[in-house]
Design a protein around this ligand. Structure first.
Ligand code: GDP
Length: 195
């Protein structure tokens, strides 16, 4: 996709009604600090339209980024921030499930996990939710530039095993710094949204 224009169109809070956008949506989920804002900004060629986390886990909203008046990139609330209150921790779950349950336009759900670490319990729950709602998750292994090239395959295996991925789940390594993986992600989005 050639990015012509992007804008943050809809911000959905815990009490908001889930919008019916009428356009294909691709959603991004992941633990706070995993690099979700950096990825979304990188996909949109923007430096800072999606917030990068000065206070991770604080903003519990679902943000809909309109790309070319054609599709929405949907930024789901980051989960698992240790210092968040129990109330906030419970909210992310409700919001994400609500979204997966109610949106009629989801074409793909990307689950972001840090390529350096074993997936955590929330990552496993999230992976399962995506499957249980009938979507094919695509894993994005973030911060690729932080490990040596020789470690990549080994770490991908750690992710695959940790999440117990089902056959067919794609894993795409990505670096917001080098933009490696960006084209592959856009090719997939284009294919799944029919762009
Ligand atoms: P979010 O909380 O998931 O939205 O995470 P952010 O996008 O705000 O990223 C969290 C931190 O990781 C920031 O300091 C980013 O600069 C850094 N970061 C994100 N992606 C990458 C990456 O691909 N490579 C490196 N080296 N740092 C990254």
């Amino acid at each position: 996709m050639i990015i012509k224009n992007v804008s943050l169109d809809i911000v959905c809070g815990i009490t908001s009604k889930m919008p019916e956008t009428g356009r294909p949506e691709v959603a991004f989920a992941g633990k706070s600090n995993v690099g979700k804002s950096s990825l979304i900004n990188g996909l949109m060629n923007r430096k800072s339209l999606a917030r990068t986390s000065a206070a991770p886990g604080k903003t519990q909203t679902i943000n809909f980024y309109n790309v070319n008046e054609a599709i929405y990139l949907v930024d789901l609330p980051g989960y698992g921030y240790a210092k968040a209150s129990e109330e906030i921790k419970a909210k992310w779950g409700k919001m994400i499930e609500d979204y997966l349950h109610k949106s009629k336009e989801i074409r793909c759900v990307f689950l972001l996990v840090d390529i350096r670490h074993e997936p955590g319990s929330n990552d496993k729950i999230m992976y399962k939710w995506i499957l249980d709602h009938g979507y094919e998750p695509v894993i994005i292994a973030t911060k690729l530039d932080k490990i040596k090239r020789s470690q990549v395959q080994k770490q991908l295996k750690v992710l695959r095993q940790g999440l117990q991925v089902v056959p067919g789940t794609k894993i795409i390594p990505f670096s917001a710094q080098t933009k490696q993986g960006r084209e592959e992600i856009w090719d997939l989005i284009d294919e799944l949204t029919g762009m």
